[in-house]
Design a protein around this ligand. Sequence first.
Ligand code: HPA
Length: 236
Amino acid sequence: MTVHIGAEKGEIAETVLMPGDPYRAKWAAETFLTDAKLVNEVRGMLGFTGTWNGHKVTIQGSGMGMPSLSIYVNELIRDYGAKTLIRIGSCGGMQEKVKVRDVIIAMTASTINSPSSGIFKEFNFAPAADWSLLQAAVTAAEAKGTPTHVGGIYSSDVFYDERPDLNEQMTRHGILGVEMEAAELYTLAARYGCQALAVLTVSDHLQTGEALPSEERERSFGDMVEIALSAAFSER
Ligand code: HPA
């Protein structure tokens, strides 16, 4: 047990999928894992461990935003020995070519601020995905035929953003989508020698205002979970 995770040592797999929403963790575990067992419910941040094609895997909610994700990722890596961490979540599209329901595989995650910003001071660290995981995820997405974009995303620390100029600059510089967690996940993975990736479903679009209807969310999110699982357990 740690401060925020109630699982016993050994109940968390080396491979962890992390949706922001704890109920999406429950849905993904019930839908894709065999013998999924609830291993954490501290603060309602549900975590499940089961198997996928015989491989042990944990699906643990991260909560919304980098401060929340940072707590879970620190404890998963430092106390439970997690080695491969894949965020599965939603994002807002920021380019015309990026459509609602598409998948974005995040090569880099730019950010204006994260829980790690303090340690870097004036230095701009570039949070980047693990290459072998990224490559495996792209291969899995191509095999499924899921419309997929690979490139940079923006991890914002606010959802209700009062700086539209920042979004404009991100779009101008080719950023594919905005979410709120990946930059800190990539930074922590770099710090502790782990592998990390974010596979995201575009749930809404900043320019067009289009948003995924709730009844369609599950199917689109299912592709993303399968891509993440295939990548995690591919021969790399
Ligand atoms: N902003 C930040 N995070 C998000 C968004 C957004 O527009 N859509 C989905 N996650």
